[in-house]
Design a protein around this ligand. Structure first.
Ligand code: SF4
Ligand code: SF4
Length: 80
């Protein structure tokens, strides 16, 4: 999913090709961080997002989701 450059990496990303504007995410977001704008979901209150993943879990199109990174512990941290 393409990232919006100004958006913090940890916020949910929205795939505008997949999103149908059904509003499940907007209705289920506990802090109104996501809303439907011009028929497509958009993160409108990024500062409010708690990364709870409700939008991701209940999107029927898998159009919204939180990115994640995998970090490997250093050998020192693993005791090697
Ligand atoms: S639940 Fe999914 S398809 Fe529906 S508006 Fe939100 S992102 Fe778009
Ligand atoms: S992760 Fe939770 S708080 Fe953030 S936009 Fe999705 S439903 Fe709202």
């Amino acid at each position: 999913m393409p990232a919006t450059p100004e958006q913090p990496w940890s916020l949910p990303r929205i795939d505008r090709e997949r999103c149908t504007g059904c509003a499940n995410c907007a209705e289920l977001c506990p802090v109104q961080a996501v809303a439907i704008v011009n028929g497509i979901a958009e993160i409108v209150r990024p500062e409010a997002c708690t990364f709870c993943d409700r939008c991701e879990r209940f999107c029927p199109e898998e159009a919204i989701g939180r990115p994640f990174v995998i970090r490997f512990a250093s050998p020192a941290a693993r005791g090697q």
